[in-house]
Design a binder for this molecule. Sequence first.
Ligand code: ADP
Ligand code: MG
Length: 312
Amino acid sequence: MAEFALIERYFSNLSRPGQDVLLGVGDDCALLQPPTGHQLAMTMDTLIAGRHFFPDVDPVALGHKSLAVNLSDLAAMGAKPAWALLSLSMPEIDDDWLQGFVQGFQDLAGRFGVKLVGGDTCQGDLSITLQLSGFVDAQRAMLRSNAKPGDQIFVTGALGDAALALQLLQEGKDPGELRADLEKPWPRVDEGRALAELGVRSCIDLSDGLVADLGHICKQSRCGARVEVERLPLSAGVSDYLRESGDLTPAIAGGDDYELCFTLPPLLREGLDELPFTCTCIGEMVAGEGVELLKADGSRLPPPKAWEHFAS
Ligand code: ADP
Ligand code: MG
């Protein structure tokens, strides 16, 4: 099967023309119409075999995750997902793999109204780049730079499950129920939109670990964060691991959580209680700089070493 047949078979039917998609897959460009009064939020992420995922990972999970990591970026801005461009590089045409990948992608795309409107396909090492656009109310985007001293810091969900799953896999162990947290993270799109609607102005998604990502909010908002580690929301699996090992690394420095971390001005506190999902307060923004990790007795934990590409 040649490139064009492949595109025709797998990628040409994932969006129907509608109000915002005037022309999807099949021409030199897609033609798109954003709704009036909204800004476009755009993001892109690349997943490379052997670096971001195990090459033999379930393709359904990979299709899901390729979209999920991008949806998570839109969630952190409070944007409504809209259009995707998919650049796929693969060593050969493997129909079973492609079918699985498209299924995983499309199941999640359908849930959040994402339309695949174009992309690129080439032969090479397995790698997936997805570009995603969404709509955001011009006044309501949640920025890393909007946190203020006195804001409380919250996170959605639980922290460290994906990192612990990865650690177990790397040790040759079965991560059990934690596998899904690593391979099929659920992007907090509905939560992000509800938070933006509530009036939350500062948010980030946790892809590189709490300390690193909250550190971005600190830096760009020119303030500090004080986190009480005993308040971190942990699953049973991560709690057990912590009890046995004393190691907080998965929860404070593990990547791939895709939970939201946001800062809440005191005035919005009551509104938060009415939202249909739970968030956990883990500390507060303060004057100063950087993320400080405190134990219940007030003593400080040393900062974890964060993962960074190109770090020497
Ligand atoms: P061109 O050579 O003009 O860039 P292509 O032959 O690469 O066009 O692509 C033909 C059409 O198929 C375009 O509309 C493009 O956006 C779409 N397309 C190619 N690869 C993909 C893909 N992996 N996913 C979705 N659409 C794709
Ligand atoms: Mg091309």
